[in-house]
Design a protein around this ligand. Structure first.
Ligand code: COA
Ligand code: ZN
Length: 314
């Protein structure tokens, strides 16, 4: 057994219940969503984005968001959060008792308009309103901000690093507690990730930074490796590689949680997550969501005999 340094810890945050379920045809019952959360928590996953506080008329899957959030808060050892696109979403999330929200906006103005029906600058202003409201109404609520299309946009093409960093600076100034940098449509490559994430880490002054990669073009895990080199220690991933933005052309799934944990543990990072339990759960979820495009290599090939997992020894 290898001694672990603090720096070896990596957090894998499950986003399948949000990014994954916003793309699937089947509407899961709240009971199944909660079973998913509870079983992933039992497998060692500590952070789950459990739902999304958007209007159910826009994403019907999330008509049960308050119920799911409340139930997830009762799961031992789990830090539940939810995506919100505006102040109303933040208020609904706080009302349900959540202690953390992930506000989303896009560096690409074209994608922001499609996704949340306003310009990026207007979303930044909305974030300011959330932080202001939080001061009085929900001082315990951690407010994270996620910058989507940070590596490119399927509508408008190139998104320059300077643009992303400009948005980042404004979010930090307004008071973002955490930052997520997202490759919503799978445009990023490892060199780009290393360069941008170094700049991001330099600016956040110790605030937690998460990378959110989609494996649309097969570079998802290579991008995780690159981000670890830049100092990133939290990654979003989706069980079975489900996911994608319904408001971005040709979007496909997130990096697969099982494969991401396998990569990180194989490289000597400690995630505290039992991959075998994830594979078992993923197989069951495949039966809940017939016809959906599940991805991932480890569930298909199995763990190698040489896999030296340190999961569960924390
Ligand atoms: N939750 C529930 N209802 C909400 C809401 C929220 N977060 N935000 C707005 N609404 C309601 C309003 O109260 C209003 O209801 P009413 O017609 O009964 O008065 C209605 O929705 C329209 O509100 P408005 O502020 O005009 O919203 P909009 O039509 O401009 O849409 C968003 C803006 C942000 C709500 C919408 O574009 C959205 O939810 N986008 C997220 C898309 C998504 O989930 N993408 C994938 C994840 S990145
Ligand atoms: Zn995503």
């Amino acid at each position: 057994m290898t001694a672990r340094e603090e720096g070896d810890r990596v957090t894998v945050r499950e986003v399948g219940l949000r990014d994954g379920l916003q793309m699937v045809r089947t509407i899961l019952t709240p009971a199944r969503k909660i079973e998913w959360c509870a079983r992933e928590a039992a497998a060692g996953v500590r952070e789950i984005e459990v739902t999304s506080f958007v209007p159910p008329s826009i994403v019907p899957q999330f008509g049960d968001s308050a119920e799911v959030a409340r139930a997830a808060l009762r799961i031992d050892g789990l830090h539940a959060s939810a995506l919100v696109p505006n102040l109303k979403g933040a208020q609904r999330a706080a009302e349900a008792g959540l202690r953390k929200i992930d506000f989303v906006l896009s560096a690409s103005d074209a994608h922001n308009r499609k996704n949340v029906r306003r310009a990026t600058t207007e979303s930044i202003e909305e974030f300011g309103r959330i932080v202001e409201w939080r001061k009085e109404a929900a001082p315990e609520l951690a407010v994270g901000a996620g910058i989507a299309t940070a590596f490119g946009c399927a509508i408008s093409g190139e998104v320059r690093a300077g643009r992303v960093l400009g948005v980042l600076d404004q979010l930090l100034t307004l008071g973002a507690d955490e930052i997520t940098i997202a490759d919503t449509v799978g445009y990023a490559n490892p060199a780009q990730v290393r360069a941008l994430m170094r700049e991001v880490i330099d600016r956040v002054e110790g605030r937690p930074v998460t990378c959110h990669f989609h494996d649309t073009r097969g570079l998802g895990l290579a991008n995780v490796d690159a981000a670890t080199q830049a100092g990133v220690r939290t990654f979003d991933a989706s069980l079975g590689g489900l996911g994608g933005c319904p408001f971005a052309p040709n979007a496909t799934g997130n990096i697969d949680t099982e494969d991401c944990v396998y990569l990180l543990e194989s490289m000597g990072f400690h995630t505290g997550i039992d991959v075998r339990a994830l594979i078992e759960l993923r197989r069951e979820i495949e039966t809940w969501l017939p016809g959906e495009p599940f991805a991932g290599a480890i569930s298909r090939a199995g763990l190698p005999q040489t896999y030296d997992t340190r999961a569960g020894l924390a």
